[in-house]
Design a protein around this ligand. Structure first.
Ligand code: NAD
Length: 246
């Protein structure tokens, strides 16, 4: 039984929704961040209410420092101080490097990497003061191995783990753990948008022979979030069906 509070950025997305559900199923109070114009947080909240979940929501653009600060403030007003932060918001804007526009680079770096600073900065002092915190950064296998057409995304996702390792060392004596999860290809709309032909080609590269399920990411988030996981910090946990072994 826990009374801890978790904030999941991108909580309304494919992986984020399962993280929210799994944490709630384990008695965490959960607030999901969402972004107006990208998704509809209120509709998401209402749909999940029908499934029996009572999630709080907080709107904001995590790629913008002021907006992220306002989002965390809204979240904490609703549910109290954040004990567990899951940085899960992310986007792709794929292009070969020789065709990549500056705005494709910039948007992907801002949403996937700047966001980690923008949101973590809002909660880290409170975690230090209370002597407990769990920060879980959702990176990608492509941050570990690189991927054609994703110089922007691979750089941002690799950068997340650099952040994880530095902050893990800074925070270790304060009861705060900081870890990265690097999913392989997971069955969400982010992957479905690539089209059936490309998805089938990707599956050929996965020894387990299928896409991962969002639940398979969520159960590791819940494991890392637990009070009992305090000796795991600075790790990068691969969940990729054997596609890449570091
Ligand atoms: P998704 O598109 O379903 O969800 C992404 C979420 O991020 C959405 O809720 C969206 O509203 C939010 N978001 C986007 N831009 C935002 C912004 N500027 N401010 C606030 N929120 C914003 O994607 P997903 O498949 O659930 O991916 C979740 C995370 O997992 C991402 O970081 C992604 O890079 C990572 N990931 C996904 C896969 C995969 O195969 N699906 C693999 C590896 C890593």
């Amino acid at each position: 039984m826990t009374s801890r509070v978790a904030l999941v950025t991108g909580g309304t997305g494919g992986i984020g929704t399962e993280i929210c559900k799994t944490l709630a199923n384990n008695d965490y109070r959960v607030v999901a961040s969402w972004l107006s114009g990208v998704d509809d947080g209120e509709a998401w909240q209402a749909k999940l209410k029908e499934e029996g979940y009572d999630f709080a929501i907080a709107e904001g653009d995590v790629s913008d420092f002021e907006s992220a600060a306002a989002m965390v403030k809204k979240a904490e007003t609703k549910v109290g101080p954040i004990d567990i932060l899951v940085n899960c918001a992310g986007i792709t804007k794929d292009s070969f490097m020789h065709k990549m526009k500056h705005d494709q680079w910039d948007a992907v770096l801002r949403v996937n990497l700047d966001s980690v600073f923008n949101v973590t900065r809002q909660v880290i002092m409170g975690m230090r003061n209370r002597g407990f915190g769990r920060i879980i950064n959702i990176s990608s296998v492509n941050g570990q191995k690189g991927q054609i057409g994703q110089a922007n995304y691979s750089a941002a996702k690799a950068g997340m783990h650099g952040f994880t390792m530095a902050l893990a060392q800074e925070s270790a004596k304060k009861g705060i753990t900081v870890n990265t999860i690097s999913p392989g290809y997971i069955a969400t709309s982010m992957v479905a948008e690539m089209g059936e032909k490309i998805v089938n080609k990707m599956i050929e590269q996965i020894p387990v022979g299928r896409l991962g399920q969002p639940e398979e990411i969520a159960r590791v988030v819940e494991f890392l979030a637990a009070d009992e996981s305090g000796f795991i910090t600075g790790a990068n946990i691969a969940i990729n069906g054997g596609m890449h072994m570091g």
